[in-house]
Ligand binder design. Sequence first.
Ligand SMILES: Cc1cc2nc3c(=O)[nH]c(=O)nc-3n(C[C@H](O)[C@H](O)[C@H](O)COP(=O)(O)OP(=O)(O)OC[C@H]3O[C@@H](n4cnc5c(N)ncnc54)[C@H](O)[C@@H]3O)c2cc1C
Length: 328
Amino acid sequence: MNISRRKLILSGGAICAAGIGASVLGPMFQREGRLVPGKPRYGFINGTEGPLPQSADAVIIGAGILGIMTAIDLTEKGLSVVIVEKGNIAGEQSSRFYGQLMTYKMEGETFMLHHLGKEHWRGMNKKIGVDTSYRTQGRVEVPMSDEDLQNVRTWIDDKKEQVSSSIPLNTRIIQGEEFKKRLKGATSNWTIAGFEEDSGSLDPEIAAVRMAEYAKKIGVKIYTNCAARGIEKQGGVVSDVVTEKSAIRTTRAVVCGGAWSRLFMQNLDVDLQTLPAYQSQQLITGGPGLPGANVALPGNIFFREQANGTYATSPRIEVIPIVKDSFI
Ligand SMILES: Cc1cc2nc3c(=O)[nH]c(=O)nc-3n(C[C@H](O)[C@H](O)[C@H](O)COP(=O)(O)OP(=O)(O)OC[C@H]3O[C@@H](n4cnc5c(N)ncnc54)[C@H](O)[C@@H]3O)c2cc1C
């Protein structure tokens, strides 16, 4: 396997910026002493041309995947929707995620959120008429230890009891021939794994681009290089979203600012707690015989085949700076 590209996750920088301030921003964020907007990893999408509209039924702040999906949803409900984006469409986290949708070992609301995510994306290609890259890929996780394996068995049993009357749980332990088939070519002593058959995958270079194109097609207006500065209220209700270009009259504002949301909300006296974190991952070319699945191996090794045969891989390094701002 040759490493063809190795990139620090830009969004990690964004999170860092939210957490510890501009003085430590890396070169990707600073050019000639100025902040520069994040760039999508792939598939630049033009924003809407022309001046901002004077009013809209809803204004969304941020054109990452969250802002785009919210805009689609509100437009389908009959609202006129404008997105204002300080940089580029999907220029931050939403073109850099690892891309797995899974419920494995998850609990409570996180389990439900990921379950609903899988359901939602499963019908997306048909709905928008293009390939978003979503597919049911299946995820194999080799347990780290006997104790880990026992925990997975217990989790499967408990989850079946809790949810299987309403949600089919497609997670099981695999070994023998099925293990060999799912983890093609594994030559170590591994013989057993947890397998989530209906786990899904989305490729970060593709999904947000396709969804943004669809949003524009159904009438969402997306203004790039247009930072929101604040939200104004009259008589206790939202009246305007003020941007660096002009204000838009609206009674609905949705903040989808990713790592920057906390800073934005702080100006409105809303305390949105976040934990800044960096994470790096790589994109590598494939290799003969690699499993076409999403795989987690002991030793913090993760890889997932993308739709074009490359692999997202994440010998995961996560850094969470403990700074004063983390606790504000
Ligand atoms: C390395 C990595 C791996 C990940 N892996 C997974 C995974 O496997 N599965 C999974 O489900 N999730 C994963 N995630 C999480 C997922 O990527 C994020 O939850 C998702 O992309 C967040 O989307 P968003 O739209 O909220 O934020 P973003 O994509 O960050 O978008 C926010 C946008 O708001 C804009 N903005 C901010 N402030 C303003 C303002 N004042 N005015 C105008 N615009 C503004 C920003 O410029 C940005 O474009 C991963 C994330 C990372 C970093």
